[in-house]
Design a protein. Structure first.
Length: 120
């Protein structure tokens, strides 16, 4: 696979897609493992900033998972399997949605922490 050079005015989704497509499989698998382990640890121990920490862990998980699914999707497209390709597209969209909700969780958690100090 040949990757083109990213435009200087690329958006955040373009930047993340280019970075995930140029990352190695081990790196993406490590992101998935660290994200899943971090999320499980936050759910188990429930630290003070659990919403923020869980959302950051889900961002890593969603990014690595989307990268792996994107690799599998491009392989399946080359083989010409349409049904499996549709499945990977849906799975990729699911991980994108998880990532978007995780980013929203980070923003909401930071906002709630900042507002909490003003109200008291």
């Amino acid at each position: 696979m040949v990757l083109s050079v990213l435009r200087p005015d690329a958006s955040l989704p373009e930047f993340l897609a280019n970075r995930a497509r140029s990352a190695g499989l081990r790196r993406l698998a490590l992101d998935v493992a660290v994200g899943a382990a971090g999320f499980a640890a936050v759910v188990y121990w429930r630290p003070t900033a659990s919403l923020i920490l869980a959302s950051v862990a889900l961002c890593f998980f969603a990014y690595g998972s989307w990268g792996l699914v994107d690799r599998a999707h491009s392989y399946v497209v080359r083989k010409g399997r349409r049904i499996v390709s549709s499945f990977f597209e849906i799975l990729g969209a699911l991980f994108v949605a998880i990532g978007i909700f995780a980013i929203a969780g980070i923003l909401f958690g930071v906002w709630a922490a900042a507002i909490g100090t003003w109200i008291s």
